[in-house]
Design a protein around this ligand. Structure first.
Ligand code: ADP
Length: 399
């Protein structure tokens, strides 16, 4: 299969997404998804050479899930245990104050990622299980953890500090960490390349709109603010999460609806956002419902766009103007209405979207503002796997 490939693993609580790719060229050799780990009806989809293998089989744990993926690799002529994989890169959600650059995994690092589970109870334990599974299956290959929080490590104090009791904050690690950092870093770098200007010369606003959603403001190539906070709950409206809320709502519900911590957790992580307002969390479904005249779906869309504009306004002022506004991830890359509605009526700020460019069926990085607009509005596909593969390759010295 040729050497110098990196396996990228994104391990969730009941799923593992993976890609085997060449960090230099970005060529993807194989990609797959293992789902419903530890539940009934486990499944794997593995795509390589334009062919997708699917299987339904119960999968006990993450090691069994990865073992299944390795079998698919072997069946398709890519034996991972053989030579060729020089590093494994893991997406790890929370690096806390400790990890702010890609880090080679050893026992101590793994234990610390596990300890940080208090800050990301849904994510870090799953990331740990993914790393342990790879250790079992590929014991001799170096593993690198790439943290979703890392890019935002240096946020200015005023942006990262919550206005609560300072001692309570210090004792419990409470600050704004920010997430989707790998995507914000990769996309903002691509923007600079696309515009042919040094990143240090640009004021940027990047909207990462997927199932989870966040926006960042960058100056001199560094983030100065971002919408996600201590956890990935803050900020924009998401598929199943509400984004910004009056914290009093939680107190009110605990008192009047007798919600306990698990009830609040479920409400905020799974039962809010688009799903809470309109019954669906997938944006395509939301658009379909709106097309059928569903009023709850319409309102959910309006709330979603209202929040985007709220942050756009805030970051425009924080940056004192902007050179480039960029949309990325599932919704940002594929939904022209969201882009047009988020930026409508702003020609006085030099911000406009060209209808034809915005609706063209293009999948590559592109400009959607009119040629003479002061602010460049762009759509740039994100590629977190490639960014993780490159970070892993750079750290382990593979070409
Ligand atoms: P994540 O990586 O956070 O799980 P994605 O970046 O894949 O999420 O984004 C998922 C969202 O993108 C879903 O709401 C989905 O409906 C939306 N999406 C994906 N493809 C399209 C498309 N072609 N048109 C409109 N929305 C899309």
């Amino acid at each position: 299969m040729g050497g110098d490939l990196v396996l990228v693993v994104n391990s969730g609580s009941s799923s593992i997404k993976y890609q085997l790719l060449a960090p230099g060229s970005g060529t993807v050799v194989a990609a797959g998804l293992v789902e419903r780990i530890g539940e009934d009806g486990g499944a794997i989809e593995h795509t390589t050479d334009g062919r997708t293998l699917s299987d339904r089989v119960n999968i006990a744990d993450h090691t069994a899930g990865l073992r299944l993926a390795f079998e698919k690799f072997a069946e398709t002529g890519h034996d991972l245990a053989g030579a060729g994989v020089t590093a494994v890169g893991h997406r790890v959600v929370h690096g806390g104050e400790v990890f702010y650059r890609p880090t080679l995994v050893d026992d101590r690092v793994l234990a610390t990622i596990d300890e940080l589970s208090a800050l990301a109870p849904l994510h870090n334990p799953a990331n740990v299980r993914g790393i342990e599974a790879v250790r079992t299956l590929l014991p001799d290959v170096p593993q690198v953890a790439v943290f979703d929080t890392a890019f935002f490590h240096g946020l200015p104090d005023a942006a990262k500090t919550y206005a609560i009791d300072a001692q309570v904050a210090a004792a419990h690690g409470i600050r704004r960490y920010g997430f989707h950092g790998t995507s914000h870093e990769y996309v903002s770098g691509r923007v600079a390349e696309f515009l042919g200007r040094p990143a240090e010369s640009l004021k940027q606003i990047v909207f990462h709109l997927g199932n989870g959603a966040s926006v960042s403001a960058l100056r001199d190539g560094r983030p100065v603010d971002t919408s996600m906070g201590l956890t990935p709950l803050e900020g924009l409206v998401m598929g199943t999460r509400p984004g910004d809320l009056d914290p009093g709502i939680i107190l009110h519900l605990m008192r009047t609806a007798q919600l306990d911590v698990n009830g609040v957790d479920r409400l905020l992580n799974r039962g809010s956002g688009l799903r809470g307002m309109a019954g669906v969390n997938d944006f395509r479904e939301l658009r379909r419902l709106i097309g059928e005249g569903d009023e709850a779906a319409r309102l959910a869309y309006d709330v979603y766009v209202h929040r985007l504009r709220h942050y756009l306004g805030a970051y425009l002022v924080e940056l004192g103007g902007v050179d480039a506004i960029t949309f990325t991830a599932g919704v940002g890359e594929n939904n022209p209405d969201v882009r047009a509605d988020a930026l409508s009526g702003l020609s006085g700020f030099g911000i406009a979207v060209d209808h034809e460019r915005n609706t063209a069926p293009d999948r590559t990085a592109r400009r959607i503002s009119p040629p003479d607009a002061k602010v460049d509005v762009l759509v740039v596909p994100t590629n977190e796997e490639l960014a993780i593969a490159r970070a892993a390759a750079a750290l382990t010295g593979s070409p």
